[in-house]
Design a protein around this ligand. Structure first.
Ligand SMILES: [Cu+2]
Length: 153
């Protein structure tokens, strides 16, 4: 089974030959976005959400933007046979037509590298998800408590 990283790499590889038909961010709904409060700015912040592709074509997320962090990126989380957990930067994340990709604790997540200010519980910030066609989906992300495990609702 191909993991998400391999699928993303496959998609990028295909661009060099013949671009697949890819829809843009107008088909993507960002659901249940949330973040945890940070202790300061010395460590990266984290954000989670569900990206739902309501369209009939695959969509590829290629980046993120927020004024809260200089280097927001999507990480994957993998745990090897020895129980060692690693995070790796995802250059692209494909969302199949009609499918949703969950960014959740223990799996894919948004890592907010180089925080520009502390993330304070009760506040929120704007995060834009950038797609391969240049379109964006922008959401307001609420900052929950430092021990939060899921979206508030
Ligand atoms: Cu990470």
């Amino acid at each position: 089974m191909l993991n998400r990283f391999s699928r993303a790499a496959l998609v990028l590889g295909l661009f060099a030959v013949a671009p697949p038909v890819l829809a843009g961010g107008e088909d993507v709904v960002v659901e249940d976005a949330w973040s945890r409060a940070s202790i300061g700015t010395g460590r990266p912040g984290v954000a989670y959400m569900t990206l739902r592709n309501t369209g009939a074509e695959p969509v590829v997320v290629t980046g993120l933007r927020t004024d809260l962090a200089m280097m927001p990126m999507i990480h994957s989380t993998t745990t090897d046979a020895q129980g060692v957990t690693r995070m790796s930067h995802m250059e692209a994340v494909e969302i199949a037509a009609g499918e949703a990709v969950a960014l959740a604790p223990g799996g894919l997540h948004v890592m907010l590298m180089d925080l520009q200010r502390p993330m304070v519980e009760g506040e929120s910030y704007t995060l834009s998800v950038i797609f391969a066609d240049g379109t964006e989906a922008t959401v307001d992300v609420p900052i929950l408590g430092i021990a939060a495990r899921g979206p508030a609702n």
